[in-house]
Design a binder for this molecule. Sequence first.
Ligand code: AQP
Length: 334
Amino acid sequence: MFNDKKVVFSGVQPSGNLTIGNYLGAIRNFSAFSEEYHCYYCVVDMHAITVRQVPAELRRRTYETLALYIACGLDPQKNTLFVQSHVPQHAELGWVLDCYTMFGELSRMTQFKDKSAKNADNINAGLFTYPALMASDILLYQTELVPVGQDQKQHLELARDIANRFNQIYGETFVVPEGYIAKGGAKIMSLQEPTKKMSKSDANENAVVRILDSKDDIMRKFKRAVTDSGNEIICGEGKEGITNLLNIYTCFTNKTVEEAQREFAGMGYGAFKLAVGEVCADSLRPVRDEFARLMADKAYLEQVMAQGAEDAYKNARRTMSKVRRKLGFTELKR
Ligand code: AQP
């Protein structure tokens, strides 16, 4: 289907209901690559279990994340959409790369520090070695480009270091991937603590706008968004809340920040927050409608999963055979 095209890979964890951060920072940008690249978009369920999940919810969210990929414009005929745990080479290469990733490197990862602080009773080895599994996801497909939000930049740099290290020891084995971080939506902040990233697993529902929230919920959350004691709708230091809202507004409208600042000059914070809520809710409506249609057709989603896993498996197996040979693993003669 794709042959010699260069490869794009990205993934989303089914670790919660997806947010407008996941949408603006990642998924919304994915379809732009579909013509030029062979795109692999993965539901990374193995990453999700680094934090405790309720099994039935993980299963449901895996379907939902796949449906959201499609509802956000990813055509399964033009993109390989699949579930990470359906392709066992992710775990296999993950283990190999664990052995080429240094303890010191993993200790410096800010996401590990943040997530260990949030999950102090479950600082497991998987949480620590998460970036090596992420490197395996990317390197398995000889990926050139990885579209991600700003928060994944550090992990991506580590994936490049791991690829370079392996290539230096064993000769050219992996393509060394580049990150693609979209300008506007790269870091959407929490509506309640705008110095903190918006995260799908945030316990405070008012901090997070979810792609599938109803219009009423979206409007309510924006109404309650934290701002500042001033009255100017401009970006700047000490105005993290307003800066975040302007950023969200420009992402949904494709206007520049300057245009938005001019548009809202002299307006009160209350009316401004409602305007941001309106464009957000209205832009997401088609995604919500398409999502509902897809979720009613589980057989179709299963067919997409199966087709995606088969295609991913074929290509993952090729890289894994090369890695096994380079490492000196013996081949089993049957
Ligand atoms: N707030 C954000 N702004 C912009 N991009 C974001 N991404 C996540 N949050 C924001 C991007 O979404 C993609 C998928 O993320 P993920 O599921 O792999 O995990 P994450 O980065 O840890 O996202 P969350 O929402 O914070 O999940 P939890 O709460 O489970 O940890 C990535 O490209 C990410 O950069």
